[in-house]
Ligand binder design. Structure first.
Ligand code: SAM
Length: 295
């Protein structure tokens, strides 16, 4: 195990480079060898895999992944960390550090290069101890980006992890739950105490594994319409599904909307947050049959 899991060594390294953690970039470095092993072990990396790491920090997860993977490509936004990473990863030939914002990075291009189209290429693995301030946008960027990844193992706030795996009708269930489960299978792996980071964050974390589905969890003719139904249903949680969708789809006749809900087997007085993915999909299919949504 590398010295990067020893708090005294991490502090020395930061002092050597005059580096101070930036809260605005979610910089809380993991210093627990057991958790590092568990995260890397959960990604199912083999010697044939390429791993994309978001936010390598000082390189603690990077080193462990590189010991197994064929190649690790790590995207780090903070310029000040680049010389540190050059030192901590100096002995590893299969690691490439790219300075950039993961939210604006094309991960397929990063892995396969400029001219390599990915169909038929081996899917990659994504690993991250995610900066909390971009958790939701980054998950959505990755899931909606058409990226050729198979598994994403990430450490996120415990509260967000609960939302990803929430069941309909619970307070944690929301449009993020639906968006993630539409694209991926979600597994809550384990909880992580805030005490294993330098500096200590304000919240506890959890590690989750998302396994990208071959095809979306539900079959819808128009994905945009499906997500408009989902957003419309969760946007006004106190309203009944009939009223929430009546506002979101104000050009649709009220009687037509009632018919669609009935045909979908959804009682119009229910709240949006009680609907399953399949029920949202049935409503979206009904709406897609209306003249204004037929393409
Ligand atoms: N992986 C390291 C670890 O486990 O100790 C660092 C994790 S720290 C929670 C998050 C890292 O993500 C920091 O290194 C931070 O600079 C980086 N980061 C923050 N925003 C980023 C972004 N938009 N794109 C890429 N990296 C980012």
């Amino acid at each position: 195990m590398s010295e990067l899991t020893m708090p005294s060594q991490v502090k020395n390294l930061m002092a050597k480079y005059g580096f101070s953690c930036r809260k605005s970039l979610g910089q809380n470095f993991l210093v627990d060898a057991n958790i590092v092993n568990k995260i890397v072990g959960s990604a199912g990396i083999t010697g044939n895999d390429t791993v994309v790491e978001i936010g390598p920090g000082l390189g603690v997860l990077t080193r462990e992944a590189a010991a197994i993977a064929r190649r690790v490509v790590a995207v780090e936004i903070d310029r000040q960390l680049i010389p540190i990473l050059q030192e901590t990863l100096a002995d590893l030939e299969n690691v490439q550090v790219v300075r950039g914002d993961a939210l604006e990075t094309d991960l397929n291009r990063l892995v396969y290069g400029e001219n390599c189209s990915h169909p038929g290429s081996r899917p990659f693995i994504i690993m991250a101890n995610l900066p909390y301030y971009i958790t939701t946008p980054l998950i959505l960027h990755i899931l909606n980006g058409g990226y050729n990844f198979k598994v994403m193992v990430m450490m996120i706030q415990h509260e967000v992890a609960r939302r990803l795996g929430a069941a309909p009708g619970t307070k944690d269930y929301g449009s993020l739950t639906v968006a993630v489960n539409y694209h991926a299978g979600v597994e809550f792996l384990f909880q992580v105490s805030r005490t294993v980071f330098i500096p200590k964050p304000e919240v506890d974390s959890a590690v989750v594994r998302l396994t990208r589905r071959e095809k979306p969890a539900v079959d819808v003719p128009n994905q945009e319409l499906f997500f408009k139904v989902v957003r419309g249903s969760f946007g006004q949680r106190r309203k009944t599904i009939q009223n929430a969708l009546g506002s979101a789809f104000n050009s649709v006749d009220r009687a037509a909307l009632s018919d669609i809900l009935n045909a979908a087997g959804v009682e119009p007085g229910r709240r949006g947050e009680t609907l399953s993915l399949e029920e949202f999909a049935r409503i979206a299919r009904g709406l897609a049959g209306l003249p204004e949504y037929k393409s």
